[in-house]
Every structure is written in C-alpha cells, then in structure tokens.
Design a protein around this ligand. Structure first.
Ligand SMILES: *Cc1c(COP(=O)(O)O)cnc(C)c1O
Length: 373
C-alpha cells in the first residue's frame, strides 16, 4: 500500500527523536524522500531538526514558551499558536528582530473537541483579533487534531470537521485566510480522511496537510477487537501492509553455567531449579528494557525464545539460554524484531510490561546507538 496522499501535503512527524528511531537518521531520510515539512514538539527539538535539515519547514507543535521566540525566529521554525502568551512572546521577539509585518508564518490550532490544545470556540474571536495588519505574524495554516479517526462510523470526526468548518468561516468573516488546513495523523491518513479533509480545505480556498508519525515508521495505531466502535476497513488493510522499520538488537556479553539452587539478579527473584546456561546482556532499564519484563518475557537468542531470568538491572539483564546451541560472547540477541522464524514486536513488549507499543520504542535509551540499514 502506498502512503502517498494525493489530496494532501505530507508533514512528517519526527518528534521524540523520531519516535525513538533517531531524528538524526530519520529527518534527513524523509526530506530526501520528498517531505517538505517536519513536525516536532518543542523548540529544542526544532533546533535539533534544523541542524540536520537546513531547508525543511519545521513545525513546532507543542507551543512556544516565554524566552524561546528569538531562537525560533533565528532558526526559521514555524510555531503552532493558540494562546495569547504565545502571541506576546512571538510579537516581542519579532519586534526585537525588526521583522516586518505579516512575515512570521504561524499555524493556528483550533480545539475541535479533544480538549488538549488549541483555541476553544469561545476564545477564538479574541485570538483571531491578534492577526492585525501590523502584526508580524501571518496566519499560514489552520490546524486541528482528530482524536477518533480510527472509529469506523466517523461520527466524532464529522463533528470535529464541522467545528473546524465553523472556525474557518469565522476566520474568513474576520478577513483571515490561511493557505493550509493541517488536520490529523496516521489514523486519519490510513482511514482515508485525506480526501474529505482536502474537500473541506478546498471549500475555504485552502490546501490540505496531514501529519503522520506512526505510519512513517511502519506502525499504525492499535486496534482492540473489544473496542465498541469498529475500525475503517482501509485501516485494517494498512495494518497488514505496514512493517515496523525498527529492530533493536544487542549481543551476549558472557555466558555461564550455574547449578540448581543458584539465584539470579537483584534480590534473588529467580532460583534455578536445575543446572542452567545463562547469557549476560549489556542492556538494562536505562536502555529502555522495561524492568517489569524481568521473569516474565523472553528475548530471541539463537533463533529461539530465551526467558529473562531475574530482575532487569539498570545496565544488564540475564537470559536463560539453556539448550540453545551455538551461543558465544558476541552472539546476536534480538530485543525487538526478528531472528530466524521468531519475531518480537513492540505489541508483545507492551502487553508484558503493561503499556502501549509506542512507549516501548520512544523509551529506547539515548545511549543505544542507532544505525540505518
Ligand atoms: C504525535 C502527533 C501526530 C502524529 O500522530 P501519529 O498517530 O503518530 O501519526 C500528529 N499530530 C499531533 C498534534 C501529534 O501530537
């Protein structure tokens, strides 16, 4: 399946170190693949993306804080705005930098129902009034986030788009017209919403932009079959077509044989009931190997599942590799990904550690080196 959305401009979300995949590798890769826009959460992340991608447009989604306006301007980052304090900060920084009127492009977020960020309908008239002709700010895009794009009946999304439609009409009645309508992430894209979003944009003389993150990394939002609202069929098809791009591997540091009765790891939570062969791994919870996996999850060694014996330490973990032939110091161990005919997914990790898959790879530690393969 192609991820191309003929109806919309793609803004590639590379926040949180490209979802743990490495901003340094992924941001230049998506730009080489044709993305003109990158999306990050903070000004700090924006500066890091700018150092790697000098030409890209970079959208800072999570808001600009007091004192960050100057950096934002200097590095040509594009802020999402919705609060008066953000306008204050940007206006102050723009005046200090002698930026002419209407030259600092911003994206205005509208809260269409998620209650997370964005101008609420009652606050919108006052926020729109900040775009005076003399303001250094220029309304380049209107943005909102869809929070139920993975629900097949589309009722929530239709309601959100109706609220967005009203907000755009309100802006038009204030004489404000933006170039872009920036709506939704991977779920919206894969549920086929690019086309209705583009239609809404066109009705207001705008072009559509869509902001996938997960799908770029071969991942899509989880679907829980017990969920009371079925998912759109295109989303189910995408789930089968996408493959996660990330694998996380380590190596056996050393091997030892222990007798029955040996205890393994902090507080001796694992006791050998027979002679065992143990492999030490140089990966622990500081690397993102969740401590809750100790004694309840297996990694892949020698093409087989090898249980984690005892507690996961900060820097190390121990695998029970009894009966797995051919292992020696340096042998590959797969934490996430495939080995032989076995595969461990972020979903498997998440189920065992009681979280969601996205947390698994966004928490892979910064000291774990990333390589493009
Ligand atoms: C993280 C994020 C996205 C990307 O969402 P995915 O589900 O990863 O595609 C899009 N928009 C906003 C506002 C986000 O915070």
């Amino acid at each position: 399946m192609s991820l191309a959305a003929p109806h919309a401009e793609l803004l590639a979300i590379v926040k949180a170190d490209a979802y743990g995949h490495s901003l340094a590798l992924c941001a230049p890769a998506v730009v080489r693949a044709g993305a003109r826009w990158l999306g990050v959460t903070s000004v700090e992340e924006g500066l890091s993306a700018r150092a790697r991608c000098p030409q890209a447009r970079i959208l800072v989604i999570g808001g600009v804080f007091p004192g960050q306006g100057a950096d934002l301007l200097r590095h040509n980052l594009t802020p999402v705005v919705w609060e008066h304090v953000q306008f204050d900060e940007l206006e102050t920084a723009a005046h200090a930098a002698c930026v002419p009127a209407a030259s600092l492009a911003v994206q205005l977020e509208i809260d269409t129902g998620m209650s997370r960020q964005g101008a609420s309908p009652h606050a919108l008239p006052q926020i729109l009034a900040r775009f005076t002709p003399a303001s250094p700010l220029r309304l380049e895009a209107v943005m909102t986030h869809l929070f139920a794009a993975d629900e097949a009946d589309g009722v929530v999304t239709a309601d959100q788009l109706a609220r967005l439609d009203q907000a755009l009409s309100l802006a038009a009645s204030a004489g404000l017209y933006a170039d872009w309508l920036n709506v939704g992430g991977s779920a919206a894209l894969l549920a086929g919403l690019a086309s209705p979003i583009a239609a809404l944009a066109a009705r207001h003389g705008m072009r559509a932009m869509i902001r996938p993150g997960l799908a770029l990394y071969g991942l899509i939002p989880p679907y829980d079959p017990s969920f009371d609202t079925p998912e759109p069929p295109t989303l189910a098809a995408a789930r089968n077509a996408l493959r996660p791009v990330l694998a996380w591997k380590t190596r056996v540091a050393s091997l030892r044989s222990v007798p029955a009765g040996a205890v393994v790891g902090y507080n001796g939570t694992f006791v050998a009931t027979e002679p065992l062969r143990l492999a030490l791994l140089p990966a622990g919870y500081a690397d993102g190997l969740d401590r809750r996996l100790g004694n309840r999850f297996s990694l892949l060694a020698g093409g087989q599942r090898a249980p984690l014996a005892g507690r996961v330490s900060m820097d190390q973990a121990v695998l029970d590799v009894t009966g797995i032939p051919g292992l020696e110091p340096g042998s590959e161990v797969v934490i996430l990904g495939s080995q032989g005919d076995q595969t461990l997914t972020a979903f498997d990790h998440a189920e065992a550690s009681g979280t969601i898959p996205w947390e698994v790879f966004t928490r892979i530690g910064s000291r774990v080196p990333r390589f493009a393969v």
